[in-house]
Write a protein that binds this ligand. Structure first.
Ligand code: GRF
Length: 197
């Protein structure tokens, strides 16, 4: 059984989808802990599923390394097989990435390498893109630059705003994330091989 830690900052709708999938005894992975950089709304999903959670409060970019060290220490307590960044809106310090790589994956609401960064949906709209998408990647020390594990296109519709487009992308992200976690758990997807150039 693959053990998973999920890190969030926000509503945690992708986390919830993973918790629901993992509640099926036939699903080959379990969420063992949920972490956040603030008292995120999504922590309520962990509680609802009886999954322990922790918060390492973000105290600004100047304290990033210290934050990373605390996060790493907390993750070591749970020692998950896989770390899923699911809407964590902070860049992990290099030391944390190096410590867990390639066992950290991230979901992103764009078709990478298009529109990396914190505003993937907004940037796709601003660029006038007719199609954007969703991606699941291995986290490296860059910004959404790691190896792509899965991705799918989503059309931009006339009249879309950031909210409407993001709400159409999120179900795709969820589906891709759950499938990637399943494939890793059953050995169909090897993160070391996927990360080797
Ligand atoms: C997702 O689109 C994620 O990729 C992005 O923020 C969103 C998180 O939503 N970075 P939620 O917290 O899972 O509802």
């Amino acid at each position: 059984m693959l053990t998973v830690a999920v890190l969030i900052s926000g509503a945690g709708s992708n986390l919830r989808a993973l918790l629901e999938a993992a509640a099926d005894p036939a699903f080959p992975a379990r969420v063992v802990v949920v972490g956040a950089d603030r008292e995120a709304e999504g922590l309520a999903h962990a509680e609802a599923f009886g999954v322990p959670s922790f918060v390492i409060p973000w105290r600004g970019a100047a304290a990033r390394d210290e934050w990373g060290a605390q996060l790493h220490a907390q993750l070591e307590v749970w020692n998950p097989d896989l770390i899923v960044l699911s809407g964590l809106m902070k860049l992990l310090p290099g030391a944390v990435v190096d410590a867990w790589s390639p066992r950290i994956i991230n979901t992103h609401p764009a078709y990478l390498p298009e529109f990396p960064g914190a505003h993937g949906v907004r940037d796709a709209l601003a660029a006038g893109a007719e199609r954007t998408g969703a991606s699941v990647i291995v986290v490296d020390t860059g910004v959404d630059s790691g190896p792509i594990l899965a991705q799918e296109r989503v059309d931009v519709l006339p009249g879309d705003d950031e909210h409407s487009l993001h709400e159409r992308i999120k179900p795709v992200e969820r589906r891709l994330l759950i499938d990637v976690v399943r494939r890793i758990a059953v050995g169909e997807l090897n993160l070391v091989a996927a990360s080797t150039p």
